[in-house]
Design a protein around this ligand. Sequence first.
Ligand SMILES: Cc1ncc(COP(=O)(O)O)c(C=O)c1O
Length: 515
Amino acid sequence: MSSRIIISSNRSLPSRLTQSRKLISTSGVSSPARKAFISSTTTSSASTAFAQQPQQPTSDEMPIAIKTAAQWAEFGRDHVCHGLGRLRDHVVVKGDGLDLYTADGKKLLDFTAGIGVTNLGHCHPHVSRAAAEQVNSLVHLQCSIAFHAPYLQLIDRLLPAMPHESLDQFFFWNSGSEAIEAAIKLARQATGRQNMIVFSGAYHGRTMGSGALTRSKPIYTQGTGPLMPGVFSSAFPYWHQLGVAPSTSEEELVRLAEHQLDLILRQQVNPKDVAAIFIEPVQGEGGYVPAPPAFLRHLRDVCDKHGILLVIDEVQSGFFRTGSYFAIEQLVPELRPDVLVFAKGVANGFPISGIASNKELMGKLDVGSMGGTYSGNAVACAAGIAAQEVYQTGEIGQNVEVRSKQLYKVLNGLAQGEKTKHLIAQVRGMGLMASIEFRNTADPCTLEGVPAGTAIPQNIGKRVQQYCIDHDLLVLTTSCFDTIRFIPALTVNEEQMDRAMRIFTEAVENVAREG
Ligand SMILES: Cc1ncc(COP(=O)(O)O)c(C=O)c1O
């Protein structure tokens, strides 16, 4: 394993290029990160260079300046697209289960799992091994040239996992947004209609089509319009979206949301012009809000009545995140999606996404209308097959059940505790897709039940998150409301959950104390 990036003929390279090829020192990389990284089988030269001492150069190698972790971070701030937000400027060199190791020797407990991607933990050995083996047999075969074996084997593995037996044809792409684009294309081609209905708080991606369906925050598309036209947004049955109190009954939330949808179909768009209704069964970027089963049933009825397709977006909620393969299995076991969209957890970090639909609908697509250079990449498919093998042992689902009880016990304890209850508006979620929403004086709905005159601290979520990160626990916020979400790898063990909950509890109590 070389610790150097070797430039063979320096003299012929432009100076700008030789300047950018640097040897990287581990001075500043303390032992846990180094040791862990060295024991890994990864041989990527750039990352390896973080972990090894540079050797003396030979005459045909060019030693160039050394960068510390801080300098790499500075380099990143300089050269990585400014439009990309970041929680922290850590330079991560290794992931192992729920642990992340940084170039400057920190070990972080990762409760973000790449935003619900590494469901089996970083570098799950079975998945990584399968990908490594695939690399030596076939890396890429463009999907319009021929079938390749991992593509077909992944479908074979996914078929029995589908939440409805009608979902028997697949198209793979790379990201969740692309899979949403595929669903839009399928919906338009199959129905001959153009319009889509989505829900307030929805997140379906950032591309021009998927971004048009996104309604959780303006930042994802602001300044980039006009987006895809013909998208109508109705209220998700979540108290914020309906301007009611958190204690509003599920029945009432459903009634109000159904009423809003009915108005849209009577006042704004004729149902016969609607191609599809898109919904996340558990809204992700909208605040980790599960859809009430009655609402999902109602959508199925509306779709059946008007020939509209029901597209279920399980990009974030799929692959045991909520305790079952797909969230809709728990919410409405008999629900038949016309299209299921998946990504993230399918290959535990290897980029692959997809849609599943039925033969009749897929049969309406023009041959050649679907495709993409990397879609269904062989290495990602091999990783996906291995991930399904792990999911299908049943152990992951069992772990989610036990560990989510441990998690909700702490969150509910905080929501009821004398010291902290005036900070918390709601605890919600399914399985290990959980969130806690804090009260916000600017948002009167969240102040339900607080005795008059109680002082509510400002920016609770941000302050809690800051404390957690300062104590080496990575957690994310979600939505435009003051909410922290928990999405650890589904392999999280008792000690890790306990440690995370201790830090989180201290964080909330700290804000309560400071006021
Ligand atoms: C429900 C949902 N749909 C679609 C997407 C878009 O996926 P990607 O970021 O891979 O494009 C996301 C991403 O977070 C998501 O949560």
